[in-house]
Design a protein around this ligand. Structure first.
Ligand code: SF4
Ligand code: SF4
Length: 476
């Protein structure tokens, strides 16, 4: 039997099945133990995080209102009311893997296959810039011929080099298949932001059954990928589980154990956590997945993650509806996508019209929130959040442990809010409609007054004036 060892390089030991089962059994025994739950809530209130057993007990037995209130308070303290916006960019859907939940899997003969040329990438990027995006996450299927590392690196260069009017992509996060230390080193040299790899499921047995073929079927290779990324010099990594594949309580404990492992070995936990829920997609029925979770449980998961890892960004995509996104923003989410297309070439207008034809539909999954970026920005302003296009940290070298230090001390807030206001001002001037400009200006004027440090407040006021005169890309 493999023993649980948070520092082990072996996935079977740092995501120990026995430890997860022992955690769930302990939770079952204690889920009505109100004194213990209160004690853990008090510990959580100190905002230093929780370990996976404590967090799992709160998820099972904590009172929803108390969890949501504490998560909201922690979120406010660490992140204020800014919400960072991004969009996915699909480069290619050729894939050699057999993931049963994904329409890009190799056995799906009805899926049209596409890979963007560098010219097509440029057009996609211009379309994204014209919406107002500054931060992308690139996505591809795994294919040695169609999307080797050279293609990814060339595409990253193309994206950073493409500039249209005042548009620029300032941060590229990367969500590509698990790879070697050498290739992670190359990604680092290409100036990527966060390397994101979803675990899909932490349960090895489930993992094997839903990944029957291809390199991704190797559980250990996949689960140890973020270790290799760190060894290759990538400072910021993102984790995630695809909720719905197996018991959510198992995934929740596994995710936190993964975070604890990275923190224990590299001194820095994940930069972000993503919480996608399985969605319907071409040729993929969700009926095959019996572990779907309702919105209330989903919100409890987000709240418990926020409480357990106060300094880790939580990402929710357009897989979720407007209503659901509203709820989870209030209890912990710090980043959302907006105006997303989940097809290859979905942003460029010519391609977009092709995609309306079912024959050419390359969507990876159906989205629930299909509002434009402009609508999402306006909505955030209306519900009291600051839409932020900030990409400052990695460009200022605030990555890895340097970033985490600032986060843990709560000082990052002194950067997030000013940057949110300055990037929102750019957005308003370059991309917003008249109504949004009016609402956004009011928000900025109100929020400036809440910047606690006078020197910073003066600096931001000054830079906002310069932005209005045409300057761009200020950051603190
Ligand atoms: Fe390929 Fe990723 Fe889809 Fe699996 S989830 S089939 S690796 S694109
Ligand atoms: Fe993110 Fe850093 Fe910008 Fe804050 S200042 S929003 S942490 S990039």
């Amino acid at each position: 039997m493999l023993k649980y060892n948070v520092k082990s390089p072996n996935a079977m030991e740092f995501i120990s099945h026995d430890e997860i089962m022992a955690t769930l059994a302990w939770v079952d025994e204690n889920k009505n133990n109100q004194a213990l739950i209160r004690q853990i809530m008090q510990k959580a209130d100190q905002k230093k995080g929780l370990e996976h057993r404590e967090a799992s007990l709160l998820l099972a037995g904590g009172d929803s209102n108390a969890l949501f209130a504490l998560a909201g308070k922690i979120k406010q303290e660490f992140y204020g009311n800014r919400v960072v916006l991004f969009a996915p960019l699909y480069l290619s859907n050729y894939c050699v893997n057999g993931c049963v939940y994904c329409p890009y899997n190799i056995t799906n003969d009805t899926m049209p296959r596409k890979k963007l040329t560098q010219d097509e990438i440029r057009r996609e990027v211009i379309a994204l810039q014209d919406m107002g995006h500054k931060r992308l996450v690139i996505e591809t299927g795994e294919h040695p011929k169609h999307s080797p590392i050279e293609y990814i690196l060339e595409s990253i260069n193309t994206i950073y080099d493409t500039k249209h009017e005042n548009g620029a992509i300032r941060r590229i996060n990367v969500n590509i298949a698990a790879t070697s230390v050498d290739e992670y080193r190359m990604l680092k040299s290409a100036n990527i932001g966060t390397y994101i790899l979803f675990q899909e499921t932490y349960c090895e047995q489930t993992y094997k059954s839903i990944h029957p073929t291809g390199p991704k079927s190797d559980y250990s290779w996949h689960t140890e990928a973020l270790d290799r990324a760190m060894q290759g010099g990538v400072d910021d990594v993102g984790i995630g589980a695809l909720f719905g594949l197996t018991d959510y309580r198992y995934e929740f404990a596994g995710m936190l154990m993964h975070a604890e492992h990275l923190e224990a070995v590299y001194g820095v936990g994940p930069h972000t956590m993503s919480v996608p829920r399985i969605r319907r997609a071409q040729g993929i029925g969700t009926n095959n997945f019996a572990h779907g979770i309702d919105d209330e449980t989903f919100a409890r998961i987000v709240a418990c993650l926020r409480i357990s890892a106060p300094y880790t960004g939580i990402i929710v995509s357009t897989r979720e509806s407007e209503e659901c996104r509203r709820k989870v923003l209030d209890v912990g989410v710090s980043q959302i996508s907006g105006g997303s297309r989940t097809s290859v070439g979905g942003y460029d207008h010519k391609q977009e019209s092709d995609d309306r034809c079912e024959k050419n539909d390359t969507k990876q999954f159906e989205i629930s929130d299909d509002r434009s970026l402009g609508e999402v920005v306006r909505w955030l302003i209306d519900i009291g959040y600051i839409p932020s296009f900030c990409t400052a940290c990695y460009r200022e070298g605030r990555v890895g442990d340097r970033f985490m230090e600032l986060c843990k001390s709560g000082q990052i807030q002194n950067c997030c809010q000013p940057n949110a206001l300055m990037t929102l001002q750019e957005y308003l001037l370059d991309y917003a409609d008249a109504d949004t400009i009016e609402a956004g200006e009011k928000l900025i004027n109100r929020e400036i007054l809440t910047i606690p440090n006078e020197k910073m407040r003066t600096l931001v006021v000054d830079q906002l004036k310069k932005i209005k005169k045409g300057s761009r890309d200020f950051r603190v």
